[in-house]
Design a protein around this ligand. Structure first.
Ligand code: HEC
Length: 199
């Protein structure tokens, strides 16, 4: 074999290796989806079944840096592109996913939250990650008094995997207050701001 044809053969071989590696990982990803991070929302999900999509921090921002002095938290909310396509006054489409990060804040010796010169709370570690996903037909499985349309709820610890936070019945009960805006809070603020934060 000449050195040229050897190089050519190696090139083809490496290409094949790269291809097979790609194929392998995408198969693994597809197979692992049930227990792994989801980016889609299958129909008929139950609470706790929606996992945290890996790429949610690259999504449009719904609202960022919401200070919660009473509970000592800062919250950042993301919305996937399907959700971000919503029009004012319309329900969020099936396939919408909202992720809310709940951050701890720095506290002083008296245990009270500290703030900066502008009065904003100071971010500490990530505490919880909450997910709402709109799954077609999901509401049919929920008791009418706790039904939030087709939204399902999951809560995770900071690792994004370990289930944590209040039980889904508590998520549902509180989100019932936002039933007039598709069980999503602060929709007007988001609609007013989204053109400035849309990527
Ligand atoms: C005591 C009331 C309450 C409970 C309980 C609650 N939420 Fe919420 N949630 C809110 C409010 C209010 C907001 C709006 C953001 C803000 O001002 O903190 C919100 C926002 C969200 C958002 C962002 C989308 C939106 O509606 O603005 C997600 C996602 C979310 N909650 C998921 C959950 C999950 C999952 C649970 C249960 C594990 C849960 N929530 C429990 C009150 C609640």
């Amino acid at each position: 074999m000449t050195s040229r044809s050897f190089r050519k053969a190696m090139f083809v071989f490496t290409g094949l290796l790269a291809l097979s590696a790609c194929g392998h990982s995408s198969v693994q990803q597809r197979d692992g989806r049930m227990n792994d991070a989801r980016t889609d929302v299958p129909p008929g999900l139950a609470d706790g079944e929606m996992t945290l999509p890996d790429d949610y921090r690259s999504w449009p921002v719904y609202l960022a840096a919401i200070d919660k002095p009473d509970s000592g938290q800062i919250r950042d909310i993301y919305l996937n592109p399907i959700g971000d396509s919503v029009s004012a006054g319309e329900p969020f489409p099936h396939g919408s996913i909202s992720v809310m990060e709940i951050w701890k804040v720095k506290v002083g010796e008296d245990g009270k939250p500290l703030s900066d010169a502008e009065g904003r709370l100071l971010r500490d570690d990530l505490s919880l990650v909450f997910v709402m996903a709109k799954s077609r037909g999901a509401g049919d499985k929920v008791a009418p008094e706790l039904r939030n349309g087709d939204w399902v709820y999951s809560g995770f610890a900071a690792d994004g995997k370990t289930p944590a936070g209040p039980p889904a019945s508590a998520c549902r009960t509180c989100h019932l207050k936002a039933s007039g805006t598709d069980w999503m809070f602060r929709v007007d603020e988001y609609l007013a701001n989204r053109s400035s934060v849309r990527r």
